[in-house]
Design a binder for this molecule. Structure first.
Ligand SMILES: [Zn+2]
Ligand SMILES: [Zn+2]
Length: 268
């Protein structure tokens, strides 16, 4: 697969998946919680969950959380984020499209993410384990890791840890995280408790930096707190040149990031 194929795949899927915007695309600029871009109460910089994480996980949280898109409940995009990992009938189309979205984003905006996290390009890749502890490789890792020249640090759910809150002991991490900058990927951010628990586990295992890139920041339009945000997002479409940490032009000196160690030139 080449970049041209990848971009064509992304473009062709856009009409099928009216993604909603990349987070920075709302005309007024980045919205909501400064951590996860979800809805926050007026006057507060963080949403309720990120505020709690700050209290219980201070010093161990991800250095940056960058959602690629909003996943508005009931939209085709939100559906794709489930269908790609269905146990019984995973959708091949959703897999292809999400892979194109993630890899194009890392190529175009990886350097924005690393800068936002205050870290050099990552040396390791990790994925937030699924809550149910499904066996086998995580489907998102299966999609992305063949194209990312990053060794994988594995996280495993510690038996008995299934809470809904941030839990710095929820995951076990191998020794490979020590001293590393880690790109931690996930499909959906709802409360962020899993991703931040994974970030904390990586930090406790010695990771120097953790940057979370998540495909969809879940939004429930029935949530009264989300009304203002969803109203702003409704007319927007995904725009590949914008991301959550700058709007809409890339910062001076930003270049597409070959240091994300994407290898797409080989045929796959
Ligand atoms: Zn938040
Ligand atoms: Zn960017």
């Amino acid at each position: 697969m080449t970049w041209d194929v990848l971009r064509a795949r992304l473009r062709s899927a856009l009409p099928l998946y009216p993604v909603g915007p990349s987070v920075a695309n709302a005309p007024e600029g980045p919205a909501g919680c400064v951590v996860c871009r979800g809805p926050a109460r007026p006057g507060l910089v963080r949403c309720y969950q990120c505020g709690r994480h700050e209290l219980t996980g201070h010093g161990l949280l991800a250095d940056a959380v960058v959602p690629v898109c909003y996943a508005i409940k009931g939209t085709a995009f939100a559906g794709a984020l489930w269908r790609y990992k269905s146990w019984t009938a995973p959708s091949a189309a959703a897999r292809r499209w999400l892979a194109a979205l993630l890899l194009s984003f890392l190529h175009d905006h990886g350097s924005c993410v690393w800068r936002h996290a205050g870290m050099p390009p990552p040396g390791r890749l990790a994925v937030v384990p699924t809550g149910c502890g499904r066996p086998g490789p995580h489907p998102l890792l299966e999609l992305a890791s063949p194209y990312l020249r990053l060794p994988v640090t594995r996280l495993a759910v510690r038996p008995g840890s299934q809470g809904r809150d941030l839990d710095v002991d929820r995951f076990r991490v191998g020794k490979s995280a020590a001293g590393a900058g880690v790109l931690l990927i996930d499909d959906t951010w709802v409360s962020g408790a899993s991703a931040q628990s994974a970030a904390a586990a990586l930090k406790l295992a010695g990771a120097r930096h953790v940057a979370v890139v998540v495909l969809g920041r879940h939004i429930n339009p029935a949530d009264p707190l989300a009304a203002q945000l969803t109203a702003r997002l409704a007319p927007a479409r995904y725009c590949a040149s914008a991301c959550a940490v700058h709007d809409p032009e890339p910062p001076a000196g930003a270049t597409p990031d070959s240091t994300a160690r994407l290898s797409l030139s080989s045929d796959r």
